[in-house]
Design a protein around this ligand. Structure first.
Ligand code: ASN
Ligand code: ZN
Length: 322
């Protein structure tokens, strides 16, 4: 029930299905154009059988079911971010159709990528609203697909926290791009609007100020950390992947603010390159990822050393790359 940091039931599902992760796939020529996508939304009708009943194809009009239509719209935002900004079609870069299931389970307080598709619960209606509601939650889950088909970061320990962070990084970029906000204007919150109004929570996570997103007697306090000296060693949640992801999350927010401009431009290109160019692999740890982003920044923006410099300084502020 307390699924904000990765819940028990979902983690069980997750671990079973994430075992089916495929090896990292090299970039191949696109099969589908940008700006369109190939989304297919299914309705699980409150059951937990996937994918459920097919209810909305890419070119179909809105259905009137909020979860179906939000899932369609927000997965389109994810599709377009990767296609238009990073020249990547769908999760695999080859335009593979995207399967999205809504109305999964009863009072289900989570959303996830199961290794093959996106899945969204309706929330319990007391603490959590629909998981389709915030666009960044959908982009977060979509990005788990992208990571699976690129770096393949193992969902355990530091590589798992990086997998989580990468999902937040691209989710935040998508939100900022949709709102037309640069790195300074952005609130850096993930999952704003997911909690119902009387919950003492602004969001699921804060990338800029990890640990400050919520504090409610029913939820507890946001457990995220934002620096290596607070790194949490635990066996829960695959080694604290949703807690320690605050460290690389904050590094990205600081890097983007240091570089300036839009997060999805230069900082986004740096993180995307590191994720997809082979320099980050399944077992990469925080230090390895940090170095990969500094190297990518130097390579991509050789004419402006301040980019790599800001990226390095951001990692130093969270206690990496001494
Ligand atoms: N919503 C969670 C996530 O994508 C699902 C999980 O892993 N427990 O990280
Ligand atoms: Zn995640």
């Amino acid at each position: 029930r307390r699924l904000v940091a990765g819940g028990r039931s979902t983690l069980a599902v997750d671990e079973r299905l994430r075992g089916r992760r495929e090896a990292a796939t090299a970039a191949t020529p696109p099969l589908a154009p940008a700006g369109g996508g190939n989304r297919v939304v299914y309705d699980a009708g409150g059951a937990e059988d996937l994918p459920g009943r097919r209810v909305r194809d890419e070119d179909d009009p809105a259905t009137g079911d909020a979860a179906v239509d939000e899932a369609h719209d927000h997965s389109g935002v994810a599709w377009d971010l990767f296609a238009e900004v990073f020249d990547r079609r769908s999760v695999d870069g080859r335009g593979t159709p995207l399967t999205v299931t809504v109305h999964y389970g009863q009072d289900y307080d989570n959303a996830f990528w199961d290794g093959d598709q996106l899945v969204f619960g309706d929330g319990d209606g007391e603490l959590f609203d629909r998981f389709t509601k915030p666009l960044d939650v959908t982009v977060h889950e979509f990005t788990h697909g992208v990571t699976q088909f690129s770096a393949g970061l193992t969902y355990q320990g530091q590589s798992g926290a990086l997998n989580e962070s990468v999902s937040d990084v691209f989710a935040s970029m998508a939100k900022q791009r949709a709102l037309g906000q640069d790195a300074q204007q952005a609130d850096w919150l993930i999952g704003q609007g997911l909690f119902l109004p009387d919950v003492k929570a602004t969001a699921l996570r804060s990338m800029l100020e990890p640990g400050t997103a919520y504090d409610d007697p029913r939820l507890g306090r946001d457990p995220q950390v934002g620096s290596m000296d607070a790194y949490v060693d635990t066996t829960e949640d695959n080694g604290g992947v949703h807690i320690n992801s605050g460290i690389p999350n904050r590094a990205f927010a600081l890097a983007a603010r240091g570089v300036g401009g839009n997060s999805w431009e230069r900082p986004g290109q740096v993180w995307y390159a590191a994720l997809t160019d082979g320099s980050v692999t399944a077992g990469t740890d925080f230090a390895g990822f940090a170095q990969a982003t500094v190297d990518a920044a130097a390579r991509l923006f050789g004419d402006d050393p301040s980019v790599a410099d800001q990226v390095r300084q951001a990692w130093q502020q969270v206690g990496l790359l001494t």
